[in-house]
Design a protein around this ligand. Structure first.
Ligand code: B4P
Length: 200
């Protein structure tokens, strides 16, 4: 089972990824979480990543690709994985294609969580107040939304053309969105795709 979850900043990728991963018994791999985990490290790369994230920009493709490639080598990825927030650019799509080809693997489904931009600003400002995340300030949120439109939104067409895109409305209670998401994945499995059922 090889899944991706995409969506604009604050769409709930991380929130839903944990639930999907538990359901299918695969690891949820969040590039955002991996970069945030570098925060305490006193290295030039860690400092560069922290500065970029705080501004709302994307971490360079070569750094991001390497971090993901290393992570996908871990034993827990043998049965599959859910990538949360990767790929986010066309060069990342190409790189991931290469990594998957090498291991004779392919993407089963790409979940796209769609939410109105105004709702997202509210969610992120609320999260910023409790998490203290440096990129949840109004200025960084605006940058993140624009970078998403410019660099990541075009990826939806790439995966739509490949016939693997599963579009889900991300507005509403977290549990309601989760239910919608599993219904959409089940429908895809029912239509003869490579998806198989989870544990519950
Ligand atoms: P991420 O960590 O992926 O952050 P995100 O887009 O803000 O979060 P997500 O959509 O997961 O929202 P969440 O579930 O937390 O990326 C952060 C940064 O890392 C990027 O800006 C970039 O700098 C860097 N980065 C990561 N991947 C990269 C890549 N591939 N290439 C380059 N750079 C990369 O939900 C948000 C909030 O909404 C939470 O408070 C949550 O509780 C709430 N929420 C969730 N679902 C809700 C619902 N249904 N209703 C109401 N609230 C909800």
């Amino acid at each position: 089972m090889h899944l991706l979850i995409m969506g604009p900043p604050g769409a709930g990728k991380g929130t839903q990824a944990v639930r999907i991963a538990e359901h299918y018994q695969i690891p949820a791999i969040s590039t955002g979480d991996m970069f945030r985990a570098m925060r305490g490290l006193d290295t030039p790369l860690a400092r560069q990543v922290q500065e970029i994230m705080a501004s709302g920009a994307y971490v360079p493709n070569d750094v991001t690709n390497q971090v993901v490639a290393d992570r996908l080598l871990a034993d827990d990825c043998a049965r599959g994985f859910l990538l949360d927030g990767y790929p986010r650019t066309l060069p990342q799509v190409d790189y991931l294609d290469g990594v998957l080809d090498e291991g004779a693997r392919s993407i089963d489904a790409v979940i796209s969580l769609a939410v109105d931009p105004d709702e997202l600003v509210g969610r992120l400002i609320k999260r910023g107040a409790s998490s203290g995340r440096e990129d949840d300030t109004p200025e960084a949120i605006r940058t993140r939304q624009q970078v998403y439109i410019d660099e990541t939104a075009p990826l939806l067409d790439v995966y739509r053309q490949r016939g693997v895109l599963v579009e889900v409305d991300g507005l509403g209670e977290v549990d309601v969105v989760t239910k919608r998401l599993f219904t959409a994945l089940d429908e895809r499995a029912g239509s003869g795709s490579a998806l198989v059922g989870g544990t519950s």
